[in-house]
Write a protein that binds this ligand. Structure first.
Ligand code: PSU
Ligand code: MN
Length: 302
């Protein structure tokens, strides 16, 4: 049985030229946003990375091939495909082995990025400890992946649908650095700030790049989580989003939504409850994360 990564034309050229590459996930496209905004956003995010002087590599499994970078038509098709699998660490090998098609979560994208030698990855929000996890045991595999795989992940904090203090506790236990960019408190995805202090703060992409390289020098496995606040002009203030999140969580419980379906269900519910405002904010924060990730990748060198 052979296994090869499939690189897009653009990523192949970047590898030859030594241009820094930034990984992007695909679950946000297939399970995180409705069509057609999902494909439009994916394109805008890729363009942010190009404009900043790096090259985007959107990662997905298409017909059993692990793609590092998608061609425009592949991105279009994935964004419209129905019943695409959501692939985390537990699912990716089976999907490739059986010729399946699936979108990669943060965990699976980190695995693929590392296989391709990519050290920086931009997304919206990571998975984490769900509220009520003491009953459900629902803790995203993204957290363990950050402890294991040496990729710096730029996100807008843990999604506010999660239990952020518990997510921080688990990350601390796993030895994952959580570095907030440019402020003392953690951001809360749709809102620029929470009332929770960030374990670490850095104010430049260069420092974040150095911290990543230092972990490798010290022989520490795993990556870093960079919490990049959504710009204030694009945020949904905490007092507006909090009751909407609570209602979405109640609805998920009423409908007995569990496991992989929880995150997509909540995002969709909140999208409708905010008349699309949550999506507008989500798009703004992913673009913002793409810009910072590109700066970090450039500071790290190819
Ligand atoms: N951030 C978003 N939208 C998303 C996700 C993150 O703005 O759809 C996805 C990511 O792929 C993340 C996943 O890895 O949700 C977490 O899912 P779970 O909680 O089932 O591990
Ligand atoms: Mn889960």
């Amino acid at each position: 049985m052979t296994f090869d990564l499939t690189y897009s034309g653009e990523v192949t050229a970047a590898r030859k030229a030594g241009t820094p590459v930034v990984a992007l996930e695909s679950t946000i496209i297939t399970h995180g946003m409705p069509w057609p905004q999902n494909v439009e956003t994916a394109r805008l995010v890729e363009d942010e990375i190009r404009r900043a002087g790096a090259v985007p590599a959107t990662i997905a499994v298409l017909d059993g091939r692990l793609h590092i970078g998608l061609e425009a038509d592949q991105l279009d098709a994935l964004g419209q495909a129905k019943n695409v699998a959501k692939l985390s660490r537990a699912d990716i090998a089976a999907c490739i082995a059986t010729g399946g098609t699936g979108a990669t979560t943060v965990a699976a994208t980190m695995i693929a990025a590392h296989l391709a030698g990519i050290r920086v990855f931009a997304t919206g929000g990571i998975g984490g400890v769900h509220r009520g996890a003491e009953q459900s045991f629902d803790i995203s595999a993204d957290l363990r992946e950050l402890a294991e795989t040496p990729v710096t992940v730029v996100a807008a904090g843990a999604k506010a649908i999660l239990d952020i203090p518990k997510t921080m506790e688990v990350l601390e236990t796993l030895g994952v650095p959580v570095i907030t960019y440019g402020q003392d408190n953690l951001p809360a995805f749709w809102s620029s700030s929470s009332d929770i202090a960030s374990p670490l703060r850095m104010d430049s992409a260069a420092d974040i790049a150095k911290a990543h390289l230092m972990r490798a020098k010290l022989g520490l496995p795993g990556g870093q989580l960079i919490a990049n606040p959504i710009p204030v002009k694009d945020q949904i203030p905490n007092d507006i989003i909090t009751p909407i999140i609570t209602a979405a969580l109640n609805e998920a419980e009423r409908q007995a939504i569990t496991a992989k379906r929880v995150t997509p269900f909540l995002l969709d519910n909140i999208f409708h409850a905010t008349n699309g405002m949550s999506l507008t904010a989500n798009i703004a924060l992913v673009r913002n994360n793409a810009r910072l990730a590109a700066a970090i990748a450039i500071a790290m060198g190819a």
